[in-house]
Write a new protein. Structure first.
Length: 317
């Protein structure tokens, strides 16, 4: 492990799924992206979620992607695949597969069709009964294409389940603070995944992991690790210096908000822009799958211009 072994804070990244021009998963590109994340100092990666176009992947592709990432990570990164699925049986099968091939956690989303807290708990409990491994619960708030949120009562009950280890929550800050209060003393870690919130979450709420959006591998490289740097400075009590490093990312954050998180929060999937950005920093991106559309040539040029302007004299690594 890299960042966590020095600071006690974990930094994760939600990976895209690179596709070849033929439409197939780009296995070599996926392996290259794993290496980029290792070089960038990440502790783990998240796959087959919104950023990975999980909705457009077949059952076998989802399994194959996990196998490739686990193999290439070779214990240098923890791996957490999304194993939620339209049917309970498939969610169980994907979770069992993740456990079998060596994933650190499986990730379950709040089921969209659940009408009550009991429905939510019954769904999760059925998976836990079939697959005894650590799980991450994703509480999506109102971002992306989902609006299913986890109630405080349901989360309190989940905190009593020994399988539940992490809650990734994109709800509003007030709701996230309530969820943190519920989790206190239970061993369940609550993470707001947005890096733009992380400095405050680290100092004010003791959030010990940034799990799990793309900023870690978009903002960092083998030779430039500003997130790791401000985490380290905070740990040393050098808060003003840490704040200066945090603030140095403001221009890049504006690009991220324009092209990635802003569209996502408004219900528009940003995968094409994410993949273009990945290519600009030396990762594999490739095409997107239906119903998403590639960026136009003008949009691609605009994103590249925005990123160059934000980075100034520092080129993407």
């Amino acid at each position: 492990m890299k960042c966590s072994s020095r600071t006690g804070i974990e930094l994760w990244g939600a990976l895209p799924t690179p596709f070849l021009p033929s439409g197939e998963v780009d296995e070599l590109g996926l392996r290259r992206n794993v290496h980029h994340c290792i070089d960038a100092g990440l502790d783990g990666v998240y796959c087959n979620g919104l950023m990975g176009e999980g909705w457009a992947l077949s059952h076998d592709e989802r399994k194959g992607i996990v196998e490739v990432i686990v193999d290439e990570a070779a214990d240098r990164l923890l791996v957490t695949p999304v194993t939620s699925a339209p049917t309970l049986d498939e969610a169980i099968a994907l979770s069992a597969h993740a456990q079998r091939v060596g994933a650190a956690y499986s990730v379950l989303e709040v089921p969209a069709a659940a009408d009550s807290d009991q429905d939510v708990l019954d769904h999760f409990d059925a998976v836990f009964a079939a697959v005894d491994m650590p799980f991450v619960i994703f509480n999506p708030g109102k971002s992306g294409t989902r609006e299913s949120t986890l109630s405080l009562k349901a989360f309190a009950a989940l905190c009593e389940r020994p399988n539940v280890k992490i809650l990734k929550t994109t709800a509003d800050p007030h709701s996230n603070n309530q969820l943190r209060d519920v989790a206190k003393g239970t061993g369940v870690r609550v993470s707001d995944p947005l890096e733009e919130h992380f400095f405050e979450n680290l100092l004010e709420h003791g959030q010990a992991l940034l799990y799990c959006d793309p900023e870690g591998y978009l903002y960092q490289s083998a030779h430039h690790r500003p997130i790791e740097e401000y985490i380290r400075l905070c740990g040393e009590g050098r808060v003003q210096e840490a704040k200066e490093v945090f603030d140095s990312l403001s221009a890049v954050r504006q690009v991220y908000r324009k092209w990635i998180i802003g569209p996502l929060e408004n219900g528009h999937m940003p995968n094409a822009a994410l993949k273009k950005w990945c290519e600009l920093v030396g990762m594999a991106g490739g095409s997107v799958r239906h119903p998403l559309k590639a960026l136009t040539a003008a949009e691609s040029a605009e994103l590249e211009h925005d990123l160059k302007q934000a980075l100034g004299t520092r080129r993407p690594d």
